[in-house]
Design a protein around this ligand. Structure first.
Ligand SMILES: Nc1ncnc2c1ncn2[C@@H]1O[C@H](COP(=O)(O)OP(=O)(O)O)[C@@H](O)[C@H]1O
Ligand SMILES: [Mg+2]
Length: 279
């Protein structure tokens, strides 16, 4: 058996050398409730500025972690790239095309796995392929590949409730990868897991990223997680979220990022930035 890292790219969509950024954010702002009545829920005003002037280009294959205080607009930013929301200012583009709604080129993983409870793991993962119109045999082989990729081959016939939270989240990642998205959007996917499971899944996600070449945008409020996972770390200020730091993580390139000599200093720098941004 070849080791997982020896096999060809699973998404078959590795960079074709095109010039457009995988994700381009141009002066992106979002104000909630601008044209709706919110009944004074937000202290008597009817709008909430969630993001302000977000400007960034993300290249294909980057693993970007987005960190910032609670309520600073991290989920909002992912929702804009996912196409679940539209900016009220600026432009969000994926592969050079303005985002007008969700699409199979972007997979999303949330904090809760959100699997279909009545479908076994195989069918949950396969579900992501239904919409692609792939023939049954192709769906089966691809589902098997994906379950293998996330280490769940043995559990393919189990129902979600028969699995641990970590296994469910791995299945959710496999399902999101099923249509071969160029971009994986992850919103605090490991926040509900215990520390050990979380560390194991961080390692697995790094392996999956290297193996598939998928561009990842990963939201977390854990500075440690941001430094370990991201080849690039973007920190947001408190609401309305603005980019206050955009930095490469050298430790993330190491087998054991915590052992990298630059790890403590980088973690402290990001932590200080986030603390200052939250104040
Ligand atoms: N649908 C919505 N309507 C109004 N305000 C919202 C909505 N969604 C989020 N917000 C507000 O926008 C801000 C940013 O939210 P969010 O993106 O969820 O932050 P984060 O994920 O960083 O915690 C918060 O103040 C939140 O209360
Ligand atoms: Mg959030």
């Amino acid at each position: 058996m070849p080791s997982p890292d020896d096999r060809p790219a699973l998404n078959g969509q590795r960079s074709s050398g095109g010039a457009a950024a995988a994700v381009s954010l141009r002066e992106v702002s979002l104000t909630y409730g601008g044209n709706r009545r919110l009944g004074g829920v937000f202290g008597g005003t009817d709008t909430v500025d969630a993001l302000l002037g977000i400007d960034a280009d993300i290249a294909g294959g980057e693993f970007v972690t987005i960190v910032g205080p609670s309520g600073c607009g991290k989920s909002t930013l992912l929702r804009l790239v996912a196409g679940f929301a539209r900016p009220t200012g600026g432009e969000v583009a994926v592969a050079g095309e303005p985002v007008t709604g969700p699409g199979p080129d972007r997979g999303v993983v949330f904090q809760q796995p959100r699997l279909f409870p009545w479908l076994n793991l195989r069918r949950n993962v396969e579900f992501g392929l239904r919409m692609t119109g792939a023939p049954a045999a192709r769906r089966r082989s691809r589902t098997a590949e994906l379950l293998d990729l996330v280490g769940l081959s043995e559990s393919a016939a189990r129902l979600p409730h028969e699995l641990s939270g970590g296994m469910q989240q791995r299945a959710a990642i496999a399902r999101a990868l099923a249509p071969g998205p160029r971009i994986l959007l992850m919103d605090e996917p490991f926040a509900a897991l215990d520390a050990l499971t979380r560390e194991r899944l961080q390692e697995e996600l790094r392996r999956i990223w290297r193996r598939t070449g998928t561009t990842i945008l990963f939201v977390t409020h854990s500075v440690d997680e941001a430094v370990v996972l991201g080849t690039r770390i973007i920190a947001l200020s408190r609401r309305p979220g603005r980019i206050v730091l955009d930095e490469t993580s050298a430790p993330s390139a190491e087998e054991d990022p915590h052992a990298h000599p630059g790890f403590p200093a980088l973690r402290e720098k990001i932590a200080a930035t986030v603390r200052a941004a939250a104040a």
